[in-house]
Ligand binder design. Structure first.
Ligand SMILES: Nc1nc2c(ncn2[C@@H]2O[C@H](COP(=O)(O)OP(=O)(O)OP(=O)(O)O)[C@@H](O)[C@H]2O)c(=O)[nH]1
Length: 378
């Protein structure tokens, strides 16, 4: 998980999507809260319009723009709180609220043409809010804020009463400086949030996965998989199969070629198991040293046995070499299946594992490099 040097976001699109998806509830509430807050404050400033322009002129010249912000920001806040917005949806709501509200702000600035310095100060506040409080992609925020600053300076120069060039220059420099600091602060903020996410992901992986193979570990099997898969199978009433598999004569491989090469054989086997099972559906667990457990939801005995045979075949056919010399490898498989549509509450996944272990033992006893299967009866 590497960071983009300019934005502080993740460099790989898949990592960034994973992060943003995990943050979506937080993003939505931050977006909703900030937009609501901005809308309320912007409406309260109508009192200053009355003080500056008088009630009639304020109603005519600034109220429509202020109500425009209320409509845009309010809709964005409502969407964020009430609708199941996706990451793209939150960005669309944030960007459109930012652009349209900036437009409404320019209308108010035009109407109150003698208060340029107050408008410049308001631009600073808007920049801070966009960079630090409205969750959006940094590239979009930068484009919107920079565009807003350019339009504002053009408005001051061409449409408002003439001002000394030095005044305009100072204003431009100050706004550019705030823009730069806003980008730097947002970048740092992006980075800190993602550092935390990266650390959490690593910790989770360390807690759930075996380091050598990347398969789930026994701890994760016992604490999560067994209970969750059993509950799902009973609820939806489908069959579940488990497969226990063990590399044949592995001690011999270790003794002949060393533990380091033995580790490679284990890794090869694990890669094959992970590659040939359904991602996100089946679970591959490192059950012991060179022993693995597969949990196959929605798989009956025939399907699980056929899969085990394909795995057996593939491992036996794979060529593992040490110093250019091929090393023959094979594995034995024990399969056990149960159809949970029977609603028999006595059978659990540990029962299936015990049954699969017996089948594995039988496969070893019957000559290894083979599959033995059993279906548990209700
Ligand atoms: N290289 C390596 N070896 C391991 C690891 N975990 C366990 N082992 C070794 O795996 C070997 C397992 O040997 P046995 O249980 O006797 O089984 P086997 O030689 O495969 O014989 P069968 O299973 O009966 O075919 C032992 O020598 C363990 O030390 C590991 O992570 N890496």
């Amino acid at each position: 998980m590497k960071f983009h040097p300019l934005t502080g976001e993740f460099a790989r699109a898949a990592d960034e999507t994973e992060f943003l998806t995990s943050q979506l509830p937080r993003t939505r509430s931050l977006l909703g809260f900030t937009l609501l807050f901005c809308v309320i404050f912007f409406q309260l400033f109508f009192l200053t319009d009355i003080a500056a322009l008088g009630l009639d002129a304020a109603l005519r010249e600034t109220l429509p723009a202020r109500l425009g912000v209320a409509l845009i920001g309010g809709t964005g806040a409502w969407l964020a709180y009430r609708r199941p917005l996706s990451v793209a949806g939150t960005r669309l709501a944030a960007s459109s609220a930012e652009i349209l509200s900036l437009g409404c702000f320019m209308v108010v600035a035009l109407a109150r043409s003698n208060e340029v310095h107050w408008h410049a100060l308001s631009m600073v506040v808007i920049q801070v809010v966009i960079y630090l409080y409205i969750p959006n992609r940094l590239a979009y925020a930068t484009a919107i804020v920079s565009g807003g600053v350019i339009v504002f300076l053009a408005l001051v120069h061409y449409l408002l009463p003439p001002r000394p060039v030095a005044d305009l220059l100072t204003m431009g420099m100050l706004l550019a400086m705030i823009n730069t600091f806003g980008i730097l602060a947002a970048r740092r903020f992006n980075r800190v949030a993602r550092e935390e996410f990266r650390l959490q992901t690593q910790l989770k992986r360390l807690a759930e996965r075996d380091q050598l193979t990347g398969c789930y570990n026994r701890h994760y099997l016992n604490d999560h998989l067994l209970g969750a898969e059993l509950a799902r199978a009973r609820r939806f009433g489908h069959a579940v199969s488990v497969v226990l598999c063990d590399i044949d004569h592995f001690k011999h491989i270790n003794d002949t070629f060393g533990h380091h090469q033995g580790d490679h054989v284990i890794q090869n086997f694990a890669t094959l198991l992970q590659g040939m099972t359904r991602q996100g559906v089946d679970a591959v667990v490192r059950y012991g040293g060179e022993e693995f457990l597969l949990i196959l939801p929605v798989s009956g005995l025939a399907g699980a046995s056929a899969l085990a045979d394909r795995l057996r075949d593939a491992f036996a056919a794979s060529t593992f070499t040490v110093d250019g010399e091929p090393v023959p490898t094979s594995a034995s498989f024990g399969v056990a299946a149960f159809d949970f549509s029977s609603k028999d509450l006595r059978v659990t996944l540990p029962d299936l594992i015990v049954a699969a272990d017996k089948q594995l033992y039988a496969a070893k006893r019957n000559g290894r490099n083979r599959v033995e299967s059993v279906e548990l009866a209700a």
